[in-house]
Write a protein that binds this ligand. Structure first.
Ligand code: PGA
Length: 250
């Protein structure tokens, strides 16, 4: 059985002071969660979140990582830097990075490999655009992105990667894939992993749904057999909403 994992993606929101609120608002509320709980926060909030979540079941995540260990890469952060701040998870290949910051399947793969080699758990995002879905290319796109991103990893390493299926048209739009659409496409990703790395890996790897997941739709999505959690943007910014998502089964 795969343990569900629910991760908040704060994107470019919250100051360290606002982040520290999590101790009062979120730590007690999610302490009995049956799933793994992660918050992927802006780097300026690492210290505040680490301190606020001390001793709790909330794990710290980042929103990107560079693939070089150090060097002349202005504005970037390395795996070693993230680890030194207590980061355990890192979102890689988010569609906002792909759309606005020139992220490609190639650089996603470099980041995934560096993260895994350095002991961070990638939350690898894949997903189709609206017109790709409408023209029937969803399966081909998510398979291709998944295959490219994981290229060069061993089966054992892939087992530990978390994948987030995020249809781009559902991110921050209030539109959600139906329970059946999300389940079906995650099934496609799992089958592709099975073909590449074997049935045991496909069975073990956790695949989240992301795209306007919220307290109102989480139960239906999480009831689907292929869906192992969520990557939550907007609804992760307010502690009561994120709590309701994390405690979908309470
Ligand atoms: P959303 O964002 O929940 O606001 O749609 C999800 C994401 O981008 O990870």
């Amino acid at each position: 059985m795969r343990k569900p994992i629910i991760a908040g993606n704060w994107k470019m929101n919250k100051t360290p002071e606002e982040a520290a609120e999590l101790r009062r608002a979120l730590v007690p509320a999610v302490k009995d969660a049956t799933c793994d709980v992660v918050v992927c926060v802006p780097a300026v909030c690492f210290g505040a979140v680490k301190a606020a979540a001390e001793g709790s079941n909330i794990r710290l995540g980042a929103q990107n990582v560079h693939f070089a260990p150090s060097g002349a890469y202005t504005g970037e952060l390395s795996v070693g830097m993230l680890k030194a701040c207590g980061v355990e998870y890192v979102v890689i290949g988010h569609s906002e990075r792909r759309q606005y910051f020139g992220e490609t399947d190639k650089t996603v793969n470099l980041r995934v490999k560096a993260a895994v080699a350095g002991g961070l758990i990638p939350i690898l995002c894949v997903g189709e655009l609206k017109d790709e879905r409408e023209s029937g290319y969803t399966d081909a796109i998510v398979e291709y992105q998944t295959r490219m991103a994981l290229s060069g990893l061993t089966a054992e390493q892939v087992t530990n990667v978390v994948i987030a299926y995020e249809p781009v048209w559902a991110i921050g739009t209030g539109l959600t894939a139906t329970d059946e659409q999300a389940n079906e496409t995650i099934g496609v990703i799992r089958k592709a992993i099975g073909r590449l790395y074997g049935a045991a890996v496909a069975d073990a790897v956790r695949i989240q749904y992301g795209g306007s997941m919220n307290p109102g739709n989480v139960k239906g999505l999480m009831a689907q057999p292929e869906i192992d959690g969520g990557l939550i943007g907007g609804a992760s910014l307010k502690a009561p909403d994120f709590t309701a998502v994390v405690r979908y089964d309470a």
